[in-house]
Design a protein around this ligand. Structure first.
Ligand code: ADP
Length: 649
């Protein structure tokens, strides 16, 4: 830390015999707000923002924030602000009692004037540390609820619960003792791996905005093109969410859907989403921004198109041929494919440099992640435009190279594969999911699969020629010389597509039901399957489930870095936290690998590879080996070891 330590300073300010008025002109977050709370009065500009965001970085406000705020605004409001890290406007801060006055004029002038009006008045009642902390009669219930709330939302993150403990100290201990407790709790968090992971993640998210690509485009040298009007083709789940996101960001949108029934359903669904957005988040209603059409001809004058039709290469190719003929020269042609070849689509058009992937995540109006996929021919301005569009839509855009599944779905493949193999060897979906959820994932891999639909992967495997009708004998479990599990295909053949059919890896009370329950049928099915294939179930411990699933995924991440598909480990980590439910307090898969120790990851992968020589995904990739051999360097040094990404030109 540079500058004077904050705690003695806030005590000096508060103890001053002259009135000290805080003038809050812009943002008073964290230490800034703690400083303001030590002043005798606070004046804020109407545009000012206040809050304690420390919890998001795995910390707590450690300069008296947890002790002063509840004394000033009461326990429930203080718990809310400190455990969520939520920022408040000046108006809300006034309402809560954090600031004494809000001004539209210069805050410093207003504060000076205010100070003059209070000179000579006693400051006894203005020193917050001397206030008794309010004790509402249902205090225990308030803390109990707060703890339950953080347990539910924090998924293993320790900072929110520790914040609750610190506020509890403000109520139960005198100020000086409360400060000691705050310090103890702060250092507990500070020295935990979680704070380091969260801080790494914070900077990783910033780092991805300074993107660069293997074909030489860069955030600071590639100029985005202006986009005012956009189009979405195909109004399924994804297209609807993208339409909402575009309209809410202020773009005019032409929304095209060829199926009449689907179009009228989409109109209703989009309106509903816009209304809920306006009601819950105060986003301006944007109905009038959207024009619907059942003809692709309607996109002739737009600046950018996002194609979101069925995930079918032949269909997408036809759509891209049409778009190339219809759209005005220079219009960007983007695809929301979740893994198909961008370059193959680009080759259908007259201007392949205008084609990029914009891979949104469901639901697209909620999920913050956008993978911007550049092909070997995508022009730097086009990549820059897609990156900027994402930002304007409130997304975190990550630039990634073109390969099967891009970054996120490519890494998902070996992860899912291990989960299937574990079932074959004796695990159950509930066991695998429990281990992953205890690690901190919002949902285990089988519940996610039930939610997004087992048929999605089935279709892809079918078109890849992996789904074979021969379902017995050794060949049923081998493809291209490597181990393959047909379990997902067998479930689909029985119409078990997940939540939408009420049955998948779990059972649900009805089609569309959301609460997953273990399914005895599935257990019986697994037993039968093992017997049929001569597999003997064994007891699999939690450590093995975690290591095989996560290290296989991490290994693919290193391969992606080695191939130059992601520019750095930060890109991969941001994708996994924002798009795949990787717990933020574990930094992301690449950061986590570093924390475990790259040599340990290599050693465990080698161990499992020996047992499963027919699983190539368990073979540590050469970049991972190289990094491990160079002494497990800190993650920000990896780029020095990663060779310059191979040019894709
Ligand atoms: P997702 O779940 O990825 O959004 P869906 O399969 O739900 O995908 O939706 C794809 C939508 O695209 C469907 O509503 C389908 O009618 C529509 N669609 C298919 N082909 C075309 C096309 N050529 N032009 C416009 N819309 C199309």
């Amino acid at each position: 830390m540079t500058g004077p330590p904050l705690v003695p300073m806030v005590h000096l300010i508060e103890a001053a015999s002259k009135p000290v008025v805080a003038a809050i002109e812009g943002i008073a977050l964290g230490g800034g707000l703690e400083l303001a709370l030590s002043c005798h009065y606070r004046i804020a500009h109407s545009k000012a923002t206040l809050g304690f965001p420390e919890v998001a970085l795995g910390l707590l406000p450690g300069a008296g924030g947890t002790q002063r705020l509840p004394r000033l605004i009461g326990v429930p409001a203080a718990l809310d602000l400190i455990t969520t890290g939520r920022h408040v406007t000046a108006a809300e801060a006034r309402q809560l009692g954090i600031v004494d006055e809000v001004t539209d004029l210069n805050a410093v002038d207003a504060a000076v004037k205010f100070a003059q009006s209070v000179t000579g008045k006693s400051l006894d009642a203005r020193r917050i540390s001397t206030y008794p902390c309010p004790r509402p009669p249902d205090l225990d219930a308030i803390f109990e609820r707060a703890m339950q709330q953080v347990r539910r939302s924090a998924r293993g993150a320790i900072a929110p619960g520790t914040c609750v403990q610190a506020v509890h100290a403000a109520v139960t201990l005198p100020y000086a003792k409360g400060m000691e407790r705050e310090r103890e709790l702060f250092s507990l968090l500070f020295t935990s791996g979680q704070a380091r992971a969260l801080q790494y993640y914070f900077f990783a998210q910033r780092a991805v905005s300074r993107w660069s690509t293997a074909n030489g485009a860069r955030w600071d040298t590639s100029k985005p093109r202006p986009v005012r009007k956009a189009a979405v083709i195909g109004l399924g789940t994804m297209g609807r969410g993208i339409t909402v996101s575009l309209a809410q960001a202020g773009f005019s949108v032409v929304a095209v859907e060829t199926q009449e029934q689907q179009l009228s359903e989409a109109k209703q669904a989009v309106s509903g989403m816009l209304e809920r957005g306006a009601k819950r988040r105060g986003v301006p209603l944007a109905h009038d921004k959207i024009k619907y059409s059942c003809s692709v001809q309607a996109v002739a004058d737009v600046d950018l198109v996002i194609e979101a039709v069925f995930e079918d290469m032949a269909l997408k190719k036809t759509v891209f041929q049409q778009l190339s003929a219809i759209c005005k020269p220079g219009a960007l042609l983007c695809t929301n494919t979740s893994g198909l070849d961008i370059d193959e689509l680009a080759s259908q058009t007259q201007s392949p440099e205008l084609v990029v992937g914009m891979h949104f995540f469901a639901p697209a109006h909620v999920m913050q992640l956008l993978e911007v996929v550049y092909g070997p021919r995508s022009s730097p301005e086009v990549v820059a435009t897609a990156m900027q569009m994402g930002k304007k839509m409130g997304k975190v855009s990550v630039a990634v190279g073109n390969c099967r599944g891009f970054v996120g779905n490519r890494m998902l493949k070996p992860y899912l594969e291990q989960a299937f193999f574990l079932l074959e060897e004796g695990a159950t979906p509930e066991q695998v999911d429990q281990v992953l959820e205890e690690f901190g994932f919002a949902m285990g891999v089988f519940k996610v699969s039930d939610l997004s639909g087992l048929d999605v992967g089935w279709k892809v495997r079918k078109s890849d020629g992996l789904v074979s009708p021969a379902s017995t004998g050794t060949s049923a479990r081998i493809r291209g010389g490597s181990r393959y599990s047909p379990l997902g295909d067998l479930l689909c053949e029985r119409g078990r597509f997940g939540q939408k059919t009420g049955r998948g890896w779990f059972q649900y009370d009805k089609p569309g039901g959301r609460v997953a329950k273990p399914d005895p049928w599935l257990h019986g099915f697994l037993e039968e399957y093992r017997a049929q294939h001569g597999l003997v179930a064994r007891r699999i411990d939690h450590q093995e489930v975690l290591e095989r699933c996560l290290y296989a995924l991490i290994n693919e991440g290193f391969q992606i870095l080695q191939d130059g598909i992601a520019a750095g480990p930060e890109d991969i980590d941001v994708i996994y936290v924002l798009g795949y439910g990787w717990p933020r307090h574990r930094g992301g898969p690449m950061f986590y690998a570093g924390q475990v120790g790259l040599d340990k990851v290599v050693e465990r992968l080698e161990h499992y590879q020996q047992i499963h020589p027919d699983v190539p995904g368990l073979q540590p990739c050469s970049l991972l080996r190289k990094l491990a051999a160079s002494g497990n360097p800190a993650i920000h040094k990896w780029r020095e070891v990663i060779q310059k990404p191979r040019s894709q030109l």
